[in-house]
Design a protein around this ligand. Structure first.
Ligand code: CMC
Length: 377
């Protein structure tokens, strides 16, 4: 009996030196560094170097990354035109797919060991411009380019909003970028890897990854998790909502459960702390946090014994909301960060272990049938 690996569960499709996950002890490391240490001491720019080049950068290397980001925020005029010509109710990831599709046509970079990492940094810079302008277009604002700065998070937030952005917000955005950077080979990375295995260009590989990220079982979960908090409305309604929807209604608790983590997702712990910090000055955030904390308690009481705990998307929406982003942007913000992880995996695969990804399907359909012309059927 041939076994089909449904969902490719536990199938190893590549080796990686990028991300280590211990799903039973709730550990996540990028190139050996624990995410708790990275969030506390590092920055997204350091992480760009770490993921693409393998080591933390020295001061000169870090400055070079920052300079390359600052030089590359510009995107083709057609990208801005496309983003602002679409109706405001268009889906944010759909708009990103269009923007990356246009850049794939305009730039169409070829794989080249000498240039891949530079190209990746250029793409990361342009992603900030795309995501900020997806938000601005959907809000009915005018186009705005990120300004050069010492911090990618700062340039991105300042391009998104027409207000001064505080240090606490920049730190929270930077932490969110670090937390979502990479997670080995989930659906989106795998979709992009399939595209990269045909030597499709990096921008097109990102379109493939975006398409897989969008679904509610993957990147879309942060939006769905936060919608639950909004629907519940206040902390005293959590118990009733949980009973009706989750216990009796048998709906999935969004932001809970993970294919790899069978314990508390380490990223969720940090997102929760960030949400707690942002809630101190924001009563709306405080309310959502209280709802989420009560929901978490009920969720763990009900599902904890099955290894179903809060995942990264449970609290991240509260952080994004605290930064001023509406729900429809959460998956796009996930993508903003994950672009680095995607690119690092594509480069690792294409440069070190390339083989066309071409699995097989087991045919279980009918045997040979005679063709019957349409009028005789
Ligand atoms: N709420 C209630 N029950 C759940 C949940 C949940 N969130 N997640 C899993 N289960 C149950 C499921 O009903 C099933 O029960 P039974 O064995 O009685 O039929 C059992 O757990 C196994 O579920 P599964 O879907 O086969 O397990 P999986 O490994 O495919 O689950 C998952 C992974 C993420 C698809 C699932 O946990 C889920 O749907 N979670 C909600 C959506 C979500 O938060 N997704 C974000 C994932 S983390 C971020 C990312 O990687 O993008």
């Amino acid at each position: 009996m041939v076994e089909i690996s449904r969902g490719l569960e536990d199938v190893l499709i590549k080796t990686t030196s990028l991300t280590f996950i211990d799903g039973h002890h709730g550990v996540l490391r990028y190139r050996g560094y624990d995410i708790n240490d990275l969030v506390e001491h590092s920055s997204y720019e350091e992480l760009i170097y770490l993921m693409l080049y393998g080591e933390l950068p020295n001061r000169k290397q870090l400055n070079e990354v920052k300079a390359k980001l600052n030089e590359n925020y510009e995107v083709p005029e057609q990208v801005i035109n496309a983003i602002y010509s679409l109706p405001r109710n268009c889906d944010a990831i759909g708009i990103m797919e269009s923007a990356f599709g246009i850049m794939a046509s305009v730039y169409n970079p070829k794989w080249d060991k000498e240039k891949d990492r530079d190209n990746a940094i250029q793409i990361i810079a342009k992603t900030a411009t795309v995501v900020a302008n997806v938000f601005r277009a959907k809000e009915g604002l005018k186009p705005k380019m990120p300004s050069p700065s010492q911090s990618y998070a700062k340039s991105f937030l300042e391009a998104s909003f027409d207000r001064k952005v505080g240090e606490k917000e920049i730190k929270a955005m930077d932490a969110a970028l670090i937390l979502y950077t990479d997670h080995e080979v989930p659906a989106s990375t795998t979709a992009g890897l399939v595209a990269s295995s045909t030597f499709s260009d990096m921008y097109s590989c990102i379109v493939a990854a975006l398409a897989a990220l969008k679904g509610p079982l993957h990147g879309g979960a942060a939006e769905e998790a936060f919608k639950q908090f909004v629907e519940i409305g206040s902390p005293d309604k959590v118990d009733e909502w949980f009973k009706i929807n989750i216990v009796e209604g048998r709906k999935r608790l969004m932001g809970f459960g993970h294919r790899v983590y069978k314990t508390y997702d380490p990223r969720a712990k940090i997102f929760k702390k960030l949400a707690q910090q942002l809630s101190q000055e924001n009563p709306e955030i405080k309310k959502y946090l209280e709802i989420a904390e009560r929901l978490e308690k009920l969720g763990i009481e009900t599902f904890g014994s099955k290894g179903i705990y809060p995942n990264t998307d449970f609290y991240s929406g509260i952080v994004f909301n605290g930064l001023g982003f509406p729900i429809y942007m959460y998956t796009a913000l996930f993508a903003l960060s994950r672009t680095l992880g995607w690119l690092a995996h594509f480069i690792e695969y294409v440069e070190e272990q390339h083989r066309l990804i071409r699995p097989r399907a087991l045919y279980v359909g009918p045997e040979y049938k005679h063709y019957v012309p349409v009028d005789k059927r």
